[in-house]
Design a protein around this ligand. Structure first.
Ligand SMILES: [Zn+2]
Length: 154
């Protein structure tokens, strides 16, 4: 079983264990979170599923997200300069990159933060449950756009 389907399974089991009924809407919300690489906001998830579930409310999305965050199965990331909370279905320690101009949130692959995690656990004595490692700035696309507009004298 791959990591995505493991994540999905953990989310569904967690919701069921906390007494939430596994409605098709909630299962679909978990699917988006388990498979999405782009760190959706509650509204992104709502918009993505609205056509499939026309009666689903934004409140259902928030309620499901809250339960998953409380269970430690989804991370609530800070806003990406857009005032919105972004959600991450990957709770393994990893680095998120946030662009303050286009508000995209992406994972940085290839930098292993497990050593950092272990060191922090050892030094602090904390039973760590998760980590938010957010680096922010301008993504390469937005840097090019900024340079282009400077060159045009805009
Ligand atoms: Zn950008």
């Amino acid at each position: 079983m791959n990591r995505r389907s493991e994540r999905l399974k953990a989310m569904l089991e967690g919701l069921r264990a906390s007494g939430l009924r596994l409605t098709p809407q909630r299962v679909a919300i978990c699917e988006v979170l388990a498979t999405s690489r782009n760190h959706p906001t509650a509204y992104d998830i709502y918009r993505r599923l609205r056509r499939r579930f026309p009666t689903m409310s934004l409140a259902t999305v928030y309620k499901t997200l809250d339960a998953l965050v409380r269970l430690g199965l989804v991370s609530a990331l800070g806003d990406a300069g857009d005032g919105m909370v972004h959600y991450d279905g990957d709770t393994e320690p990893h680095i998120n990159l946030v662009c303050l101009s286009c508000h995209r949130v992406q994972d940085l692959e290839g930098v292993d933060v497990r050593v950092l995690h272990q060191r922090i656990a050892a030094r602090s004595g904390y039973a760590l449950q998760g980590a938010r490692l957010v680096y922010y700035g301008l993504c390469p696309d937005c840097q090019r756009k900024t340079e282009a507009s400077i060159a045009e004298g805009a």
